[in-house]
Design a protein around this ligand. Structure first.
Ligand SMILES: Nc1ncnc2c1ncn2[C@@H]1O[C@H](COP(=O)(O)OP(=O)(O)OP(=O)(O)O)[C@@H](O)[C@H]1O
Length: 802
């Protein structure tokens, strides 16, 4: 039995909830998904005709584990009681068919998946008759590498027709075959899937800090171990950031466990940790298995010795990995493995594991790397340590990725992720394995890894390869950054970066070269960096900091709609001294992250805009934000809507606003401050010198709160726009607003949409407008007015009812 198999833990002993976010077609968050059954409910449906639940996420984030967990719950009858058949496919299975091969649905199910215990004809008939009793999982749509022409799939398909298996897959996903069956499809982020087939889209975001704690407890049963690991994590945010991706977390924990076992020391890096570092660690763990356990246990072997003695193993495995990466092959047959020089013993170490899918095709044994990222790592290592690789070949994968974003830059290394925009691209094309290979090349050829590598390859050869990579990187970073499209936006020179920008930062970070970091900062000809919807995770913040730290001037950083979380905030600490705009909306930031943020922002007091909309901030975090408002006089705009702020937090924020002489704009939409919170804001409004825009929309404010606000506005000459949409304001409140309008001449827009105002309240407002020529609009849509009553308000165009 191989180590990989021995190590496989039972799912129930290891599975930890993963953060799942429901998103719309534009990728905007529609909220979190709290249970696996909720994946199939009606919330967040983007297309009623679509049949497939689409789950996307980064490499190693846990898509396959999620599928496995569902299968497990179904098998133990905790999930989907109405489902009688579950067919679990890995999409890479569909690549092993020849172009002209065709099969029928029954064969796909029974030959290439699972042969039924009972009469297959009868079972198939049942499936056709009751498709809703069938559940399909298709894992890894991104792994399909094919030049298969989707247009050649016949429009209508009968379940008895013979067609290419990919055609069957597309028909199943769209519901042309077995309409009504449950289907879940997973793919890496950025993989293109036809909108027509998607019913709901879910993004997997990895472990939250809470999940990570649970996983740690599951992984290390011993409490002493747990404590040690918690201490390590606490001391090293860079490690925590990596641990939010479950695969990397597993690698880190596995290495920790191993080193602790062999020499009572943890040997984990204790400052900046790169992906290359952790893949070197797991490689060392696997290589240690090639040596007799008692020798390893003495703990006398250094990392260099381990790699030196494992050189031949690394070369042969690297050859296989490289061969696969070149051809987008992830599964290897025994013959292939043998011919590339991997011995039987090497197969046992854990790098490779037997691949189950192919057994159904009655092949001998087939193998795959325990994860595709490891394959990329070994391929990169091979490119460096093999004597036969020229510098041209070393850089081949960089130039293999064509750019779809900046056409005049031409071939650029960091463009592979941007798949959606590349025209005429096969929907099945995926280059992430190349991106990772490039990234590991940068890491392995970094200065800090030289000592290790010199035992594997002649120093002269490394030097030559290093120089080639450095030159290439320098040129491309320069030209890429200079050619990024810019726009002028007030004081700012603005750039909207794309996901490949994140990849570029990742590569720069792997080099750990201050020089390259400085070069990137110097060539970034913008001071407003918009990295929204770039799928940046907390670990990417280390990379951002690495570059932005070198930025000479003040900088605006917009990271809205990513996956940053509290660890990411910690990683940004080195660059807060430069940041005047910090936008972290929709990023799972909790009170802990806000605490760090407030401490840092108050050190430099240069912040002007703080965006924290749609995070997980409670009253505790609201207090931290309040202290920033109080202490940072440059702060003019705070967006903290859609968090978990109640009366207490509302009061803290209102008091801070009251004290601030400079704040202009406060967005509180979608919290729950209630009447008491509203009263505190009312106090703040009286004679406020600067506040012009305030949103207390959707905050459970009723008559009392409304009345206080209206009265306070009589003594306010700063507010121009006030949003009170989606509250519980009634006619009594409306009457107070009417009184206020007779006095206030500053307010321009009053939004009272979706409240409980009837025609009575509306008429009061209409009357008041006779004495107010300044206000532009009062929006009353969605109140308790009947359509027939609209005509009574017709003569006042500034009252908007529909
Ligand atoms: N929910 C989870 N609980 C515990 N461990 C997990 C979880 N999700 C992932 N892991 C760990 O991370 C490893 C990689 O996860 P998985 O293969 O599911 O990632 P993936 O998203 O399918 O990656 P890829 O896109 O590269 O195929 C697993 O083998 C497991 O060790």
């Amino acid at each position: 039995m191989s180590y990989a198999q021995k190590e496989e833990m039972l799912l129930k002993d290891t599975y930890t909830n993963n953060l799942m976010e429901l998103v719309n077609e534009a990728g905007e968050s529609l909220g979190t998904v709290n249970s696996l059954t909720a994946l199939f409910d009606e919330s967040g449906v983007v297309n009623d005709d679509g049949e497939t639940v689409f789950v996307c996420g980064d490499a190693g984030v846990g898509k396959s584990m999620l599928i496995q967990k569902m299968q497990n719950l179904w098998a133990t009858e905790e999930f989907f009681e109405d489902v009688k058949f579950l067919f679990r496919f890995r999409c890479r299975t569909f690549c092993c068919f020849k172009k002209h091969e065709s099969i029928c649905l029954k064969d796909l199910l029974f030959i290439f998946n699972c042969y039924p215990d009972q009469d297959p004809e009868e079972v198939f008939r049942f499936i056709l008759q009751f498709p809703h009793t069938v559940f399909f999982t298709f894992d890894g749509f991104d792994e399909i590498q094919s030049d298969f022409d989707q247009n050649s799939i016949p429009e209508v398909s009968s379940p008895f027709c013979f067609t290419h298996p990919l055609g069957l897959l597309m028909h199943l996903l769209s519901g042309k075959l077995l309409q009504g069956s449950k289907k879940i499809l997973t793919a890496r982020t950025g993989t293109e899937v036809s909108r027509k087939v998607i019913r709901k889209k879910i993004q997997l975001k990895g472990f939250s800090p809470e999940n990570l704690q649970k996983y740690t407890r599951l992984f290390f049963k011993d409490q002493m171990f747990q404590k040690l690991v918690f201490n390590h994590l606490e001391a090293n945010p860079s490690l925590c950031s990596l641990c939010s991706i479950p695969l990397f977390c597993w690698i880190i924990f596995k290495s920790f466990e191993h080193f602790h076992f062999i020499n009572d020391s943890e040997q984990l890096p204790d400052c900046s940790v790169t992906l290359t570092d952790i893949f070197l660690l797991i490689t060392e763990v696997f290589l240690d298995r090639s040596v007799k356990t008692n020798l390893v246990r003495k703990g006398t072997r250094s990392q260099t010795e381990t790699f030196k003695s494992g050189k031949e193993i690394l070369l042969s495995l690297g050859r296989v990995a490289h061969h696969g990466i070149e051809k987008s092959l992830y599964i290897f047959e025994q013959d292939e493995i043998n011919s590339l020089g991997v011995s039987k013993k090497d197969l046992q170490l854990g790098f490779l594991r037997t691949s189950q899918e192919y057994r159904t095709r009655a092949l001998d044994s087939t193998y795959e790397f325990f994860h595709v990222t490891l394959q990329s790592f070994l391929a990169a290592l091979f490119l460096i340590i093999s004597d036969h690789i020229s510098t041209k070949e070393l850089l081949k994968f960089f130039s293999l990725c064509t750019d779809g974003e900046i056409s005049h830059v031409g071939i650029f290394p960091f463009s592979c992720l941007r798949q959606n925009q590349v025209r005429d691209r096969s929907p099945f094309q995926n280059n992430e394995h190349l991106q990772f290979t490039n990234l590991f090349l940068c890491g392995l050829l970094s200065k800090t890894k030289q000592r290790l590598l010199q035992y594997l390859v002649l120093p002269l050869v490394i030097k030559k390869k290093r120089r080639a990579l450095r030159e290439y990187l320098t040129n491309t970073v320069k030209s890429y950054l200079r050619n990024l499209p810019h726009a002028k936006f007030g004081l700012y020179k603005w750039v909207q970066a794309k996901p490949q920008f994140v990849w570029m930062l990742r590569c720069i970070y792997e080099t750990q070269s201050e020089k390259v970091g400085r070069l990137a900062a110097k060539n970034l000809c913008a001071n407003y960096i918009k990295l929204t919807f770039c799928n940046a995770c907390s670990a990417d913040c280390s990379a951002m900091s690495f570059v932005m730290y070198h930025f000479q001037k003040q900088l605006a950083l917009d990271l809205d709609n990513n996956n940053i979380n509290d660890y990411g905030v910690k990683e940004l600490v080195p660059c807060f001294s430069k940041l005047v705009v910090v936008r972290l909306s929709v990023n799972q930031v909790t009170d802990n992250g806000v605490k760090v943020l407030s401490e840092e922002l108050k050190k430099y007091k240069i912040i002007t805009f703080l965006g924290l909309y749609k995070n997980q901030i409670t009253d505790i975090g609201a207090k931290y934000v309040a202290s920033v408002i109080e202490e940072c006089s440059s702060l003019t705009c705070v967006k903290i809507g859609c968090n978990r702020i109640t009366m207490e937090g509302g009061k803290s924020l209102a008091h801070a606003v009251q004290k601030s002489r400079t704040i202009l704009d406060v967005g509180m939409w979608g919290n729950k401050i209630g009447d008491e919170g509203a009263k505190a804001f009312a106090d703040a409004l009286k004679n406020h010198p600067s506040l012009t825009n305030l949103s207390l929309a959707c905050n459970s404010i009723s008559t009392d709160g409304g009345r206080s606000i209206a009265e306070a506005l009589q003594q306010n000459t700063s507010v121009r726009i006030f949003w009170l949409t989606e509250n519980e304001l009634n006619d009594e409140a409306a009457e107070s607003f009417a009184e206020m309008l007779k006095v206030n001449s500053t307010l321009r827009h009053l939004w009272l949409i979706q409240n409980k105002i009837t025609i009575k309240g509306a008429m009061c407002l209409r009357e008041a407008l006779k004495e107010n020529t300044q206000i532009s609009e009062i929006c009353l849509n969605g109140n308790l007015l009947e359509e027939a009553q609209f005509s009574l308000l017709e003569d006042e165009a500034r009252i908007i009812c529909f």
